[in-house]
Design a binder for this molecule. Structure first.
Ligand code: GAL
Length: 728
């Protein structure tokens, strides 16, 4: 029967190309793997652009039993030549999509040698390269690898669609490809069982008997009415599984499971509808890159990003700019109810015929990989912000519609006069306001970004204005007819090329920094969360008298979902305030604007205290120390437990804070970290705080136990945190 084995452990890595006969200096590694551990900024991107060699020697964990064996790569950056027992496969070009090799005929019973020669350079023949690109692709086998056993008669390429889920006549269709690699023609039937996530069966149906000719494949489609399901919604993202079984003489020969959800998603002229309900889309763009490790983030970090975007930032949509992202990230989007706009790799440049063929291949692989995910509501079929190229984009649209007639297409451009070949006009609006749509349905797919790069240690005026830019655009987009929503640029600061960054190879465009720590803009997003879910209250100030141009603190802006606040300076009540509905009438939770504080540069100064009320009850309080004195070195890990598998990771973050716990943005303190136990810190150590904060990653070792981390900074008590490593 079918087996899928994670094949990511015990690889050997050499940072150059090892030719036959040469031994090379190999290091034992586990995947996901980055071919070069970088500083978080100020590096030359050429350092990871080389060809490396990955080697894995293995004996087959199970006998072949007349079936097929595949090697499935979730992603290797950028071009991979695979050699198995001296059999060389054609180079796989493209680092953002998965690929599979049928290795059945090349594996042997004893020891096998698998070699991956991985070219991680910016190859002009492969999307996104050919011209300049505003992000880095990094290098390495940065996603998992799997060994897949199937019988000789097997299933793949499942496509589950649902119809009329909002009325009583709902249907489910299951498409599947059936392969017969056996030597005979086979009489089979296909059966499907639909189950809830806790295993309860809600439907079962079968195909007519089929004759499968030897050495062929056939597309089969089954359809059945279905009742008794719960919809996939943003608050209750109910997931189901379809188990598809191929039977010969009543016996199961192969079975495959696929997850999906029942939901209806549509962009219409007047906005976006999920299950018939109109929803304003408030989102952010996400790059899949991280400090130090590039793109090689393990499952836990991938999932955590989805959680940050949904729960910390209160977004309901994310755009996977500018390429298909990790299956783990997308799994989590399905699980938590975070909508996704997924697009093909590329950035402004369209290459020659060969390049375009790869882009079409990317599109096909992306859709076939992800079309059962309820979270995905739109396919991006254009190269981000490229000029019109009707011939090419007619092809991408036709291909997407053929592979998935249930989802609309979009294609991101930066000018509204562009030919509208897609179903949704997806537009990067950098007007710092909202352009009135020329085409509908219309979705803003980027704004802010390079119009207002902002660092966590910028002056208060700038960090505040950055937050207000996001606030204003959403406020305006919500009231602009025909606009379905706005996806800001972007969630997290990211490493980039010199043509784009702030000189240290970072684009400071995130509402969070590269370590996923918030700027004020992050609190605009989180303040839009319902107060029933979580109370948010953050004064967007460092509460100094001389940081803003001209001095003082006017106006004081507070991001909160409370319905009333009280502001005190010292013991003096400044007043009670309501959300600023005059400036931001369309937001569910406008920020509070407190004007006329009357404090000027040089005036005597006292602590700030803001109290938040919701439905008449005090629910939150924030105080800021007017003396801004470093009080505590705060240290925390996002997880208390990790798997002792040699690749699991969690973020270790630290901040210098005042006596009330507020970050001190100008504490550029040196922090020294030390670790005891079976683990490794990945990142800069010692670390000079950036905007009063920073982070590294803890990578688990391979022995269970407790890891203790200590952080020291001059003049502050040392901080400790521990993480338990458990057996996977
Ligand atoms: C857009 C582009 C993004 C990013 C952004 C910065 O033009 O699509 O990738 O570069 O600008 O604002």
């Amino acid at each position: 029967m079918r087996k899928r084995i994670r094949f990511s452990d015990d690889w050997y890595f050499c940072p150059h190309q090892v030719t036959a006969g040469e031994d090379g200096q190999f290091e034992r590694v586990h995947l996901p793997h980055s071919n070069y551990i970088l500083p978080y900024h100020n590096f030359d991107e050429k350092v990871y652009q080389f060809t490396s060699t990955y080697r894995k020697r293995f004996t087959l964990p199970y006998p072949q039993n007349g079936g097929r064996i595949f090697l499935d790569f979730d992603g290797a950056m950028m071009a991979a030549t695979i050699i198995l027992n001296e059999q060389e496969f054609p180079e796989h070009r493209g680092g953002y999509v998965p690929f599979s090799l049928d290795i059945t005929d090349y594996v042997v019973d004893g020891e096998n040698e698998l070699i991956v020669l991985l070219d991680s350079s910016e190859r002009k023949d492969i999307p996104p390269y050919g011209y300049v690109v505003d992000y880095l692709s990094f290098g390495g086998i940065y996603r998992d690898v799997w060994l897949r056993y199937t019988p000789a008669i097997y299933l793949d390429n499942v496509f589950i669609t649902t119809e009329n889920v909002l009325d009583s006549e709902a249907n489910i269709k299951v498409g599947v490809r059936v392969h017969n690699q056996s030597t005979d023609t086979q009489p089979v039937i296909i059966e499907t069982i639909i189950r809830t996530s806790d295993g309860q069966e809600i439907a079962r149906f079968s195909s007519q008997p089929l004759e499968l000719t030897t050495q062929t494949q056939q597309e089969v489609e089954l359809k059945s009415p279905v009742t008794g399901f719960a919809l996939w919604t943003l608050d209750e993202p109910n997931l189901y599984t379809a188990e598809i079984i191929i039977k010969r003489d009543g016996e199961a020969v192969d079975r495959i499971e696929e997850r999906f959800g029942f939901r209806e998603a549509a962009f219409k002229e007047d906005g976006f509808y999920l299950n018939g309900e109109k929803i304003y889309l408030r989102g952010l763009n996400r790059h899949q890159t991280y400090p130090y490790i590039g793109s090689a983030a393990p499952e836990r970090l991938q999932k955590r990003d989805a959680d940050i975007i949904k729960y910390d930032l209160g977004c309901n949509i994310v755009r996977t700019s500018h390429y298909p992202q990790s299956p783990y990230f997308l799994d989590r989007c399905d699980e938590i109810g975070l909508l996704v706009f997924e697009e093909i790799p590329g950035w402004q440049h369209v290459g020659d015929e060969g390049w375009q063929a790869l882009a079409l291949r990317d599109l096909q692989v992306m859709i076939e990989r992800d079309r059962n995910r309820p979270a995905i509501v739109l396919w991006g079929v254009r190269i981000n912000e490229s000029l019109d190229n009707d011939e090419f984009y007619e092809k991408t649209n036709a291909l997407a519609r053929k592979l998935d007639p249930t989802r609309q297409t979009g294609g991101v451009r930066f000018f509204q006069q562009s030919n509208f070949l897609e179903d949704v006009f997806t537009f990067n609006d950098f007007s710092n306001g909202v352009e009135s749509p020329l085409h509908r349905p219309h979705l803003i797919t980027e704004f802010a970004g390079h119009m207002y790069p902002t660092k966590t240690w910028d002056n208060e005026d700038r960090v505040l204005e950055h937050a207000l830019l996001h606030t204003r655009v959403h406020n305006q987009a919500m009231a602009t007819e025909g606009v379905s929503g706005a996806i800001g640029w972007c969630a997290f600061d990211y490493n980039t090329h010199k043509e784009f960054g702030s000189g240290d190879k970072i684009c400071y465009h995130g509402v969070m920094d590269i370590f996923r720590l918030p700027k004020f803009a992050a609190y605009f997003y989180s303040s839009q969360i319902s107060p029933e879910e979580r109370i948010v209250l953050q004064a967007a100030t460092y509460w100094t008298n001389g940081d803003r141009s001209g001095g003082g603190n006017d106006p004081l802006v507070i991001f909160s979902n409370c319905d009333e606040i009280e502001v005190y300076i010292g013991e003096r009540l400044i007043g009670k305030f309501e959300p600023d509905r005059t400036r931001y009438p369309n937001l569910a939770h406008p920020p509070f604007t407190v004007e006329g504080l009357g404090m000027r540069w040089g005036d005597a100064y006292d602590d700030l205290r803001v109290i938040g009320y919701y439905q008449g009850n005090k629910v939150a309080e924030q105080q800021i120390d007017a003396s801004n004195t470093p009080h505590t070195l705060k240290l925390w890990c996002d997880d208390t437990q990790l798997y002792a598998d040699g690749c699991d990771m969690t973020r270790v973050a630290f901040q210098v804070v005042d006596k009330y716990g507020n970050r001190l943005p100008y504490a550029h303190t040196l922090v020294e970290l030390s670790l005891e136990g079976y683990g490794e810190l990945i990142g800069e150590n010692p670390f000079v705080l950036v905007g009063g904060q920073g982070a590294v990653y803890l990578k688990a070792g391979e022995t269970s136990g407790i890891v203790h981390i200590t952080a020291k900074a001059r003049g502050l008590p040392e901080a400790k945190v521990s993480v338990t490593l458990i057996t996977p």
